[in-house]
Design a binder for this molecule. Structure first.
Ligand code: SAM
Ligand code: SF4
Length: 441
């Protein structure tokens, strides 16, 4: 057996892709290991969304080059591959900056990895694949070899929205939805391998518009409805959504589909109309408020989360205050927030009035303080309640299990390992910094 180490950066779509690459390489005799030391092949599955994410990859490559040289000195070999969005965006530059890299494979081409490995061995040079053969990769992937209790399933790739700060439309290509029948097949396979929850993934997952075999198009709501019929599957989630694509049927599904969890990641980025316009988000802050009202009408207890960017070019103090006001109005269960980071090739990177880093740092600090207060408030509101928890794995404290509430909060509970993969009612007793604690009810 050869050893394969895959290191994943960035979003859940990359985590899904990493698992697929491992499945693809298994028939070539590669078994996964959890460290680069001693591996015959190392894949860095990279993220390009912020500058820091890309720089981390180059410093990791420096470390791996030394390891590869030592391996060669001892008579061994280590193949070094860069996959994901940095590979897509900076293919040629990667091999120029780090000649130890053997393979560069973009997110739409990793189904070609086996043939690329063979070519690298034959030609002793760098092999680059960064085409966009839309959806071809999904047709060429093996069935999932294994599954955790909660499994990712990519249903849609790419994005046509062109927010002015974002590289995704350039690195992942244009929006494509997988056929619903292929998704249902993969979901059934995952359920057979032990998945009890499926998280549907897409850069714009709620824009899902799947070409069905009967020539009809399926919305995400219809897909969730069909998934709900799969035996053994208890929970369905989806991420990430865009406010503009939140269709009436999907909103209604949150009130009607009992397997669709009351949790929605709906990024708004900013609460200022001027900034939203400069970002090309194509909705106002009040559009978003009204949308949230409708969603809460369909499912009053829904947990809402978002992404925020502070320090977008031209963001004034007033703009930033408008973002804080929006957060106060909505009340989030949790949220992600970032300092604006210039991405080469995107319109915002050349906008005038770039914001000084110390201003970004101060705004991020203030925003995160408010978001954390809301998160603790939301978590505390569960104390004393009895919630259905799906148990996923043993907790770090080996006598405990880790499960999740319908609102995706991690809960630690003393219980028997036979509960893994099962749902049980848990009385929530307390909150610590990052999780809830409870007892079986
Ligand atoms: N499609 C999703 C949406 O429209 O909300 C988001 C996809 S993106 C992978 C995840 C998050 O990264 C974005 O919501 C945004 O907050 C953040 N992000 C993207 N580009 C960024 C940039 N240039 N600087 C800082 N944050 C960025
Ligand atoms: Fe990027 Fe999301 Fe905007 Fe698409 S919708 S460009 S993925 S931030």
């Amino acid at each position: 057996m050869k050893k394969l180490f895959v290191k994943t950066y960035g979003c859940q779509m990359n985590a899904y892709d990493s698992a697929k690459m491992a499945d693809l390489l298994a028939p070539l005799g590669y078994a996964q290991t959890d460290a680069a030391e001693g591996a015959d092949m190392v894949i860095l599955n990279t993220c390009h969304i912020r500058e820091k994410a890309a720089e981390k990859v180059y410093s990791e490559l420096g470390r791996l080059r030394t390891m590869k040289a030592e391996r060669a000195k001892a008579g061994g070999q280590m193949l070094l591959a860069v996959a994901g969005c940095v590979a897509q965006a900076e293919g040629e530059e990667i091999v120029a900056r780090q000649p130890a890299v053997d393979l560069v494979v973009g997110p739409q081409s990793y189904h070609r990895l086996p043939e690329m490995i063979a070519r690298a061995a034959r030609e002793h040079g760098h092999v680059l694949e960064t085409d966009f053969p839309a959806l071809e990769k999904f047709d060429s992937l093996p069935a999932p070899a294994q599954s955790g209790v909660s499994a990712f399933l990519t249903v849609q790739e790419g994005c046509d929205k062109f927010c002015t700060f974002c590289v995704v439309p350039y690195t992942r290509g244009s929006e494509e939805s997988r056929p619903p029948q292929a998704i249902l097949r993969e979901a059934r396979q995952l359920a057979e391998k032990g998945a009890r929850e499926i998280v549907l993934l897409g850069q714009n997952v709620n824009a899902y518009d799947g070409p069905s075999s009967d020539n009809k198009r399926w919305s995400l709501a219809k897909l969730c409805d069909a998934l709900a019929g799969i035996e053994g599957l208890h929970r369905i989630r989806y991420t990430t959504s865009h406010p503009r694509d939140m269709g009436d049927d999907l909103i209604a599904a949150h009130g009607e589909n009992p397997k669709l969890m009351p949790y929605l990641h709906l990024p708004v980025q900013s609460g200022s109309d001027a900034v939203l316009e400069a970002m090309n988000r194509q909705h106002t802050a009040d559009d978003y408020r009204r949308l949230i009202d409708r969603i809460r009408k369909a499912r009053p207890d829904i947990a809402l989360t978002s992404d925020f960017i502070v320090g977008f070019p031209g963001e004034s103090d007033n703009d930033f205050q408008a973002t804080l006001r929006l957060i106060e109005d909505i009340g989030y269960a949790t949220a992600f927030s970032f300092k604006y980071s210039k991405r080469p090739g995107t319109p915002a990177s050349t906008m005038r009035k770039q914001i000084a880093d110390e201003v970004k740092v101060a705004r991020l600090g203030e925003l995160q303080k408010l978001l954390l207060k809301q998160q603790y408030g939301f978590d505390d509101s569960q104390i004393g309640k009895v919630l259905p928890v799906l148990f996923e794995k043993r907790a770090r404290d080996q006598n405990q299990l880790m499960g999740r509430t319908p609102y995706l909060q991690p809960v630690h509970v003393h219980g028997d390992v036979s509960l893994l993969g099962q749902m049980a009612d848990v009385r929530i007793e307390k909150r610590t910094a990052n999780s809830l604690h409870g007892v079986l009810a």
